[in-house]
Design a protein around this ligand. Structure first.
Ligand code: FE2
Ligand code: FE2
Length: 395
């Protein structure tokens, strides 16, 4: 897999960013562009305070790539906090994605001349291929004193600052950003706009579940839920034969850990109401009930009655007999999403490229069981039985 990284504040992400990512994919034949919203940019004079908008910027970026499987959003800079240096991000991306060759790092020609002054620019050059995109100079070829590749993208006259100013001034701005970004700006009332409720009930359900996850979970857990949701949505699209609605994948991924912050008492109470018995292992370690509790919350608080979504949330912890495809997908996404540190690169690659869902599921299950064994934690007999059954059936 050939990866390129496009970092930025994305405040907000606009069409110029996506146009640029597309130009790199088309012109240089990369397989995937990873968009990395900065927590705090080392460049911007106004960087102080930009961390306050990190979640909004991340959500807009995530929303904007929804219908393009060649794009990924990675929240490593936001999880890392502090000043977002490219050198740390590139090292982190290489470690987690294990790309086949050096990743590309896309920078605008407005920043290119100062690149040698970036933090540890020599290390960046050793790890990544620098791709210089046109931002200001549509016809001049810059003389750059380090190895790099130029792309010949057209310059789009849009900047995030321009979008923000137009919103604040009540001028036209809506079609400078992807529709999904516009929806986030409008529904949240960002940049001084009056919030407006979204119109589609499915979208507003997702926004409500997201809001609950944001409020009730730690930042780390919320970001994990978002990553799980994005990966589940991707996987639903990658396996069209199962006819899964990618938005339901997103919903199930976003909701799967809703119960995570509850007390043991609350977990037991909620899990009991799903009508299934509490397993001995669950009794011993009630935190294992958080998946079942999440499913009950989805049903009772959010009025979700889609059995596949409820099953996916309920079974993501221990797995279960006869899991449907959505439950397998959420199980995989929960264990393999981009911020999970201990994923074997070969397994991660299979998650992105494999064409047999059951095979990916077996690998996710095997990896989880071996993590638990390494930590000397108790295994559920159900998980072991399930793995044996899946191994038999997938040959
Ligand atoms: Fe979980
Ligand atoms: Fe999880």
């Amino acid at each position: 897999m050939k990866l390129a990284v496009l970092g930025g504040s994305f405040n907000p992400l606009h069409l110029g960013h996506l146009f640029l990512a597309d130009a790199v994919l088309s012109e240089l034949h990369y397989d995937r562009v990873i968009l990395v919203p900065a927590y705090r940019s080392p460049f911007k004079l106004a960087a102080a305070g930009m961390e306050n908008s990190a979640r909004d910027r991340l959500e807009m970026t995530a929303a904007s790539i929804a219908d393009d499987p060649r794009l990924t959003v990675d929240d490593c800079e936001i999880r890392r906090e502090g000043v977002s240096y490219a050198v740390d991000t590139i090292a982190d991306i290489i470690r987690r994605y294990a790309p086949d060759e050096k990743p590309g790092l896309i920078i605008g020609d407005d920043l290119a001349a100062d690149f040698p002054q970036w933090n540890k620019s020599d290390e960046i050059l050793a790890m990544a291929d620098i791709i210089i995109a046109r931002r200001l100079h549509s016809d001049t070829v810059l003389n750059i004193p380090y190895p790099c590749t130029h792309i010949t993208n057209d310059v789009m006259e849009i900047s995030s600052g321009m979008v923000r100013e137009k919103i604040a001034a009540g001028a036209a701005w809506r079609y400078l950003v992807p529709a999904a970004v516009r929806a986030v700006i409008e529904s949240r009332g960002l940049y001084g706009l009056n919030p407006r409720p979204t119109e589609s009930p499915a979208q507003s359900l997702i926004l409500r579940v997201e809001a609950a996850a944001r409020e009730n979970l730690s930042l780390e857990r919320f970001l994990h839920s978002r990553n799980t949701a994005l990966m589940a949505r991707d996987l639903c699209r990658r396996f069209p034969a199962y006819k899964l609605d990618p938005e339901l994948g997103y919903l199930a991924g976003m909701a799967h850990d809703l119960g995570k912050q509850l007390s043991e008492k609350e977990l037991i109470k909620l899990a009991k109401s799903d009508g299934r018995r509490i397993l001995p292992l669950e009794k011993e370690k009630p935190s294992l009930l958080h998946g079942r509790a999440s499913a009950v919350l989805l049903k009772e608080r959010f009025n979700v009655h889609n059995e596949a979504v409820l099953e996916a949330a309920a079974l993501h912890t221990l797995g279960g007999k006869n899991m449907g495809p959505l439950a397998k997908i959420v199980y995989i996404a929960d264990k393999m999403e981009v911020s999970r540190e201990k994923v074997d690169p070969a397994v991660r690659k299979l998650v992105y490229t494999g064409n047999d869902l059951d095979k990916i599921f077996v690998m996710a299950l095997e990896q989880t069981i071996s993590w638990l064994r390494a930590k000397k934690l108790k295994l559920s007999q159900d998980s072991i039985n399930l793995l044996e059954k899946m191994r038999r059936s997938s040959g």
